[in-house]
Design a protein around this ligand. Sequence first.
Ligand SMILES: *Cc1c(COP(=O)(O)O)cnc(C)c1O
Ligand SMILES: *[C@@H]1O[C@H](CO)[C@@H](O)[C@H](O)[C@H]1NC(C)=O
Length: 562
Amino acid sequence: SELVGDVLVFLFDVYKSITNWMNNQCSDLQPHEIIFMTLITVCALLYFYNLLFDHDQSFAVRAKSGFFYHVKRLPIVRSIVAKQMNNVLKEVSAEKLFPLKSGMGYMGQLPEHGRSEGDIDSMVEEYLTLDEVEWNKGNVSGTVYGGDPQLTDVIARVYKKFAWSNPLHPDVFPALRKMEAEIVRISCNLFHGDPQTSCGCVTVGGTESILLACKTYRDWAYEKGIKKPEMICPVSAHAAFEKAAHYFKLKLIHIPCDPQTRTADVGAMKRAITSRTCMLVASAPPFPHGVLDPISDIAALGVRYGIPVHVDACLGGFLLPFMDDAGFPVAPFDFSVPGVTSISADTHKYGYAPKGSSVVMYSEKKWIHYQYFVSPDWQGGIYATPMFAGSRSGAIVAACWATLVYFGREGYVERTRKIISTARYIEAGLRKIDSIFVLGKPEMSVVALGSLDFDVFRLSSELVKRGWNLNNLQFPSSIHICCTMLHTSPGVADRLLRDVAESVDIIMDNPKAQTTGAGALYGMAQSIPDRSIVTEISQSFIDALYNTGHHQPLTNGNNYAH
Ligand SMILES: *Cc1c(COP(=O)(O)O)cnc(C)c1O
Ligand SMILES: *[C@@H]1O[C@H](CO)[C@@H](O)[C@H](O)[C@H]1NC(C)=O
């Protein structure tokens, strides 16, 4: 206690000498001067605090984009950029990107008179002549995960029965409600959710599932009094998390991945946690490299700091639960890991259901109520929906249910075995080819490759020439194949390996040659420091999707062709 007394006396002395010093400094000042200087100082501090920290994007990112924004407004730069951009944007048009068959035109107006059934059928056939990519032969990475012709018939029959149904009206469509509830329960059980507390809902896709989870945790954070919630995502996490940050005013904190394993750097995630953190993200697997983030470690951080953890299993969702039985054991990834509070899993990927369905699940009911939207006072009646959509397609939900039932557990295990065996076969084959390397340790259906000897996008362009449609990835430059049922057909994997080996041979004749084709565009886009240019070109690409060129005048109602 004598020590405490000494410390107090010492602190008091320090305090007195500081205040004495301050009083001396101010002795010549008028009271109003002191008041004004204090005000100005406080305002300046607040200004700099806001500038540096109080923003959805980091100061560095804003400083960089601000710099380019102002440089581009300089008259000389402006005219050069405008000229270059016009040249590029000319290439980004429907005429260039999506040319029609000669003689085909766009329909811009309703046909004056309705068409007969036969007309519609022949019009559809004509439109389909535009589709030349042979996805059904396994030429495309990911995209179509099942494509089973027999299942197509089942789905079409089910679709017909539910074509006019809408989950928004469970009183009118109770059969549909039962199906949707069963999809959620089946999924929760697959992911070892507690039978009493786990819950979820069917959404229209992985992006919606992710957006909903982010919205849930944001609202939870708001309730806790966090005014500017932050979410921590590995850079490999899906762009949908960035979309969520963009829509919901969340601050996205990106953490790096290990350059060797390509999995989330848990140490960096731990260091990024603050009192504002509202969620941690792990992917199973991340889309780019098909590895598995250290989910147990990330979930342990969640438990330790009381932060919810979302596992994005959109891609791996309906492979992972069957991996053990298929003979490819993986580390725990689901609700059996303490700390995992939500999971997104796409039925429209490896669930093999038609596009337009996904599931978002929570470990406990307390979370999902943050997801719901209720308007108790709407003039149209008390309005309550669990997700973003109001009316939705009931037929897609019914088709998803039918798909799950059609395959059953055994069917999924069998398909998982086929797909993973194929991916492992492709991985082993690629590892034998010189001058390229496989990124990380692929745990599931995605195998990514890069090269230290040449620009890997050249390989991508060579493969395009040979009829392959793989995915280009950036930061680092790499390409990947996402194996689906369509790659398990005999000969497809060998065809790919042969084409990669032959392409690499051709490239290695002249490893430093310039990249051409779509791959060149990708390499260039990565090297542009001003990301707003890439954004602008991408916006033009989206515009081009809706571009119908010069609308043809309506003649005799026969305006869809010619
Ligand atoms: C496909 C995917 C998503 C969501 O994509 P949707 O196209 O909206 O279904 C999310 N995360 C990962 C890892 C994915 O592969
Ligand atoms: C699909 O890939 C094979 C093998 O590479 C190729 O021969 C075929 O032409 C491709 N199909 C199309 C439409 O490009």
